[in-house]
Structure formats: C-alpha cells, structure tokens
Design a protein around this ligand. Structure first.
Ligand SMILES: [Zn+2]
Length: 190
C-alpha cells in the first residue's frame, strides 16, 4: 500500500465519525501556534488542540521568519476584517523543541554549502540556543511594524524526551514588549 492510500484509509475512519461541520472559521482559542515541522512535535497531540481550536503554522525550527511574520500579520488583518474591527488580537505561541534538526543549520559549513548549492540562506532558521532564540523571535515580531500591538506573544520549549512543554516567556502584548524595547533603547542612547 502506498502512503497516500494508507492516509486515505485513515481519513475514511476519521470521516465516519465526523461531527464538526459547524465549527466557526475563527479559531475558538484565538490562538496561532508557530512551531517546528518535526514529526514528533505536533501541537494537536502535545497541546491537546481539538479541531477548530487554533491556527498552526509550522516551518523548519518554528522560527519567526519573514514569511511567518507576513502570515501572522495577514491573519490579524483577516480577524479584524471578519469581526468588523471588534477583534484586533489573538495569541501567538512560539514553540521550539529539543533535539531540533534546525540546530544543524547553525553549522557555518552547512550554511555555506546550502547557499552555494541551492541559493538558500538558512541563517534565519538556524537554532543555536532555543531559549535565547525564542527571545530573539519575540523581538523579531516586536520590530515588525505590520504586526499589531494587540497581539499577545509567549514562548514554550517542548522537550521531546519527556513530552513536557516548558514556559520560556509568559504571555505579553506586543505593545507592552515594544514599549520595553524602546525604553531600553532610550536608556542605551542616554
Ligand atoms: Zn525542529
């Protein structure tokens, strides 16, 4: 059996018990989870997400890339349009994990080889230290003007050896984070 046939069979089992036809289009938890594409790190399993709960964006490492920023900003815009301006905000949860393949991308030789061979710059995805990289990603959102102040950001680190997601950064609004960043920049300048 090829993989697609296998997955169609699994889907038929899913569809046989399907009772979620009337879910609202806006996610019930008003949450976007941005995480790694690693097959061990599926938020539906780890965070117990049900159908309709959250938007999940996945890329190599779960990093805040330019593409991820544009997706989050577009979602915020859509939420605002769909609620006729009543809702501007949702939660963005950044979740990286231990034993991440994107840690290999921090190897400068590998980065050079990818750039030379395929013209792909992976320096944006490379993970050197999950905790500081998560804070760097929060800052990337904070300095992206297209992402609204009302969005709340937090960060988790999932341990693939124990199944536990540890809180690295508690939820804070981007507006509050931006105010802090500008205060510290003023302090540096002063
Ligand atoms: Zn990963």
């Amino acid at each position: 059996m090829n993989i697609q046939d296998e997955l169609i069979t699994r889907n038929q089992e899913f569809a046989a018990g399907f009772d979620s036809a009337n879910l609202p289009i806006l996610p019930k938890l008003r949450t976007v989870v941005l995480t790694c594409g690693d097959a061990r790190v599926d938020p539906a399993h780890i965070l117990g997400l049900e159908l309709g709960d959250a938007v999940v964006i996945r890329n190599n490492g779960g990093r805040v890339t330019r593409a991820a920023i544009e997706e989050i900003a577009t979602l915020a815009f859509l939420v605002s349009v769909m609620t006729e301006g009543r809702e501007q905000a949702f939660n963005v949860i950044l979740m990286q994990h231990t034993q991440c393949g994107a840690q290999r991308l921090s190897n400068p030789d590998l980065q050079d080889a990818l750039l030379k061979k395929l013209g792909i710059d992976v320096s944006e995805y490379a993970i050197t230290d999950q905790e500081s990289d998560l804070f760097a990603d929060i800052k990337r959102l904070a300095v992206a003007p297209e992402v609204p102040d009302a969005i709340t950001v937090s960060a988790l680190l999932y341990d693939v050896a124990t199944g536990t997601a540890h809180e690295i950064a508690p939820a804070a609004s981007l507006g509050a984070i931006r105010a802090e960043v500008s205060v510290s920049q003023t302090a540096v300048r002063g």
